[in-house]
Design a protein around this ligand. Structure first.
Ligand code: G6P
Length: 362
């Protein structure tokens, strides 16, 4: 049964608004009263036996994997690679001795990801599908499944599935870290953090007018735009740029902010929008100088900054959460900027041209 749009003009806006509740739902489903993850024993045993995790995904799910890799490495101390499924399928990298595969897929039906899973099954490696759709193809064919519990996602541009994937990766990384006695995992209160994230998301979605205004000022009439950041902020730059290009047809790209000077800065003209995401203490100053460099060449700069790193003149301030989870908040302004740019161009936000919700061909 298709979810009801209610009073919303488009599913995408409804799904953006649902994100605080999706965070709370994942806490309820996967954490006990003490805030400890409750994950299937067999899955935990298989994960503990792995010497390396391989996250395989497409599109927005790939971007959620980029954030997840950091979570698994920092909380569970296990090396983690992230791969685009269509690349991995025909160019399998050299694998570790005991690989464990994690398929991130909202729909559970993406043909590119399924092709990898079929290869993985032939090689008898253990696998987990993290999906929003029970009994989907990748769920049935993987060794284990964890569900996102995000409710049906109808808009082609994925929003709540992305944040649900990251939150569930955080829970799983915490579980694995605790199971392998990693001090970083013991210190990470995932229940409290997800509660903070949910409240922070709510504050952002309650500020819709702010994002519509930024969209009108900077994005509505531009042919191109750039998101920049470093580390996890780079991962979110890729996702927010994808959102913008998918539904508003602005040519948008996400870049590692340090790479700008190696080529992309040649594209900066008067009023080119450059949106800097700044949530990581160790790189905040560097991304700020990269923004100054583009501003000096005429760019219209916009900043999305965590409040503990904020300075006078910043555009959007995000409530502070654990640095490993800032993607859950920094993506929301990008989702809303894409939404309002598409809306005010009069486009069909939920059904952008040439795109499908789930792609079942390679
Ligand atoms: C399509 C959708 C994207 C999605 C990608 C991967 O391209 O339009 O929104 O991110 O497929 O889908 P999956 O269901 O595997 O997450």
């Amino acid at each position: 049964a298709q979810a009801d749009k209610g009073t919303y003009p488009f599913y995408m806006l409804k799904e953006i608004d649902e994100q605080p509740n999706v965070m709370r739902k994942l806490s309820q489903v996967y954490l006990n009263d003490a805030g400890e993850p409750v994950i299937n024993d067999d899955l935990m045993t298989a994960l503990k036996a792995a010497d390396r995790l391989y996250i395989v995904a497409a599109g927005t799910s790939y971007h959620a994997g980029l954030v997840g890799a950091k979570l698994f490495e920092s909380l569970a101390g296990v090396p983690t690679e992230v791969h685009v499924s269509s690349e991995f399928a025909y160019n399998q990298p050299l694998l570790s001795a005991h690989p464990f595969f994690i398929f991130l897929t909202q729909s559970g039906e993406t043909a590119d990801s399924r092709e990898v899973l079929l290869n993985v099954n032939e090689q008898h490696f253990p696998s987990l599908t993290i999906t929003n759709v029970p009994n989907s193809t990748l769920s049935r064919e993987a060794t284990y499944t964890l569900l996102l519990h995000a409710g049906p996602e109808i808009a082609v541009a994925s929003t709540k599935a992305y944040t649900a994937q990251i939150a569930l990766e955080a829970i799983l990384a915490k579980a694995l870290g605790v199971a392998t006695n990693q001090p970083a995992a013991d210190d990470f209160d995932v229940k409290q953090q997800l509660a903070l994230v949910a409240n922070g998301m709510q504050a952002l979605v309650d500020e819709k007018d702010t994002f519509e205004k930024i969209s009108k000022d900077a994005l509505l009439n531009t042919p191109n735009a750039f998101y920049i950041g470093r580390g996890l902020d780079y991962a979110v730059s890729l996702e927010t740029a994808l959102k913008l290009k998918e539904i508003s047809y602005v040519q948008a790209e996400g870049f590692a902010s340090g790479e700008l000077k190696h080529g992309t800065i040649a594209l900066i003209e008067k009023d080119t929008p450059v949106i800097g995401i700044i949530t990581q203490k160790n790189t905040a100053g560097l991304t700020r100088s990269n923004l100054q460099e583009v501003a000096a060449r005429g760019a219209k700069t916009i900043t999305i900054v965590t409040d503990n790193l904020a300075k006078d003149g910043d555009t959007v301030i995000l409530p502070a959460v654990d640095e490993r989870l800032t993607a859950l908040l920094s993506v929301v302004p990008g989702q809303l900027l894409a939404y309002y740019t598409s809306l005010n161009k009069g486009l069909d936000v939920d059904k952008p041209r040439n795109l499908a919700k789930s792609v079942t061909v390679e």
